[in-house]
Design a protein around this ligand. Structure first.
Ligand code: TRP
Ligand code: SF4
Length: 400
């Protein structure tokens, strides 16, 4: 069917910190060498909440791309682009909006939450309500199969799947589809054709997902099929429609949540973050002045690592032996807090060193970043245009 593609985006709302690195970027970096990946700056999404103060968006966009490159996103492997430079996202968003029930958008949990949490901003806007639909367009336009996101985004991915399903149902009619699908079945050869028919029935009558999976795997292996026939047979498995848009899966970030300097989730708004490219002196100072177990008032007071935010950082950064040294030393008052913090400082600085180095060339010559993004936009746009051709045709907007 369609190639295994990964799409994800981030909103440019300020500089990135190590929490973003451990929570999302590391995942992206791992995926870029395994699958085709498209990573984009969701600048339109930033406007849904910052429409009254767009001045920071442009700078944040470039800073964020530099942060990605610094962290190890490799433009020779992954496509890096800016959402608003691929206007097809907006076209698909508009077209999808025609058939999206309002209730689907109003029910998205982040909608009501955010309206309450960001009470100081007027979010009773059309754009904000449509946020998850724009996000759906971002992913569906590339027919992506996987979307690496955090837990909070799962309801958005669920909605995307419903949107894709509804779209295929409404617009996936192809004249003579059934006949063409049956012709394609024959091309499988009699043994496989029989199995295909059985699995299709099992799925359609009993909802047996395993049968669906098995049938799909068989189609993937069937070398005799043309691309278009394979696509038809994928669609025919689930009904009598062509699959124009692909239902994506959320690919949850492996939980390596990095706590902030005070033990709460690292976040710029809590003032407990270390930014990705923070200079050495500031990093050292921030960690040196981190709060520790409040029970350790004096150096001779024993402490309890499980009550200490420094230990949470050891959990992320330190090997077993160091962690044992901390636990023993802390409980027996054998080590001091400054001593305990040093391995964390060293590990954070070591993690950041290659990032600083990679960032430097882009800071010295910003035209490199512009070129990478221009390239990425071009690549993304070609893929987006392919999907839009099919979408327009399906919706009766081809005009040839
Ligand atoms: N909504 C995402 C967030 O706030 C950002 C985003 C926009 C996104 N479009 C996307 C993520 C498409 C994944 C895929 O984090
Ligand atoms: Fe925290 Fe380490 Fe001090 Fe114990 S010794 S309180 S773990 S900083």
């Amino acid at each position: 069917m369609y190639p295994d593609r990964v799409v994800s985006g981030m909103r440019p709302t300020g500089t990135m910190h190590l929490g973003h690195y451990h929570g999302a970027l590391k995942n992206w970096i791992r995926m870029q060498s395994e699958q085709q990946c498209l990573f984009f700056v969701a600048d339109w999404h930033a406007l849904t909440t910052h429409y009254d103060d767009p001045s920071i968006i442009e700078k944040s966009t470039w800073d964020m791309v530099i942060d990605w490159l610094a962290a190890g996103i490799d433009p020779s492997q992954a496509t890096i682009f800016v959402q608003s430079r691929v206007p097809e996202h907006a076209e698909l968003h508009l077209l999808l909006s025609m058939a999206t029930p309002l209730g689907w958008l109003e029910r998205v949990p982040t909608y009501k939450d955010q309206i309450e949490n960001l009470a100081n901003r007027d979010l009773a806007t059309y754009g904000f309500l449509g946020y998850p639909l724009l996000q759906a367009a971002d992913v569906l336009i590339y027919r992506a199969s996987q979307v690496p996101v955090g837990e909070d985004q799962v309801p958005h991915i669920e909605m995307m799947r419903e949107i894709a399903r509804r779209f295929n149902h409404l617009y996936g009619k192809e004249p003579g589809f059934e006949e063409k699908a049956l012709e394609a079945v024959k091309k499988l050869g009699s043994k496989r054709a029989k199995l295909y028919a059985e699995l299709r029935t099992e799925y359609q009558q009993d909802g047996n997902e395993a049968a669906l999976e098995q049938a799909r795997a068989m189609l993937d292996d069937a070398a005799s099929l043309s691309m278009i026939d394979r696509e038809r047979l994928f669609g025919y498995l689930e009904g009598s429609r062509k699959l124009i848009l692909v239902e994506p899966q959320a690919k949850l970030t492996e939980a390596s949540r990095l706590p902030g300097l005070d033990g709460r989730k690292m976040s710029k708004s809590y003032g407990n973050a270390i930014s990705l490219r923070e200079d050495k002196e500031t990093v050292t100072k921030k960690i040196r002045t981190m709060p520790t177990d409040p029970a350790r008032v004096r150096r001779t007071d024993p402490g309890e690592p499980t009550r200490c935010p420094v230990y949470q950082l050891h959990e992320v950064y330190s090997p077993e032996a160091t962690k044992e040294w901390v636990v023993k030393g802390c409980r027996s008052a054998g080590i001091g807090c400054i001593e305990c913090k040093q391995p964390v400082i060293d590990a954070v600085l070591a993690e950041q060193e290659p990032m600083q180095e990679r960032a430097q060339q882009y800071l010295d010559d910003p035209s490199l970043v512009r070129a990478i993004v221009a390239d990425g936009c071009e690549t993304a746009r070609k893929l987006a245009q392919e999907t839009m051709r099919d979408v327009r045709e399906a919706m009766g907007l081809q005009y040839t």
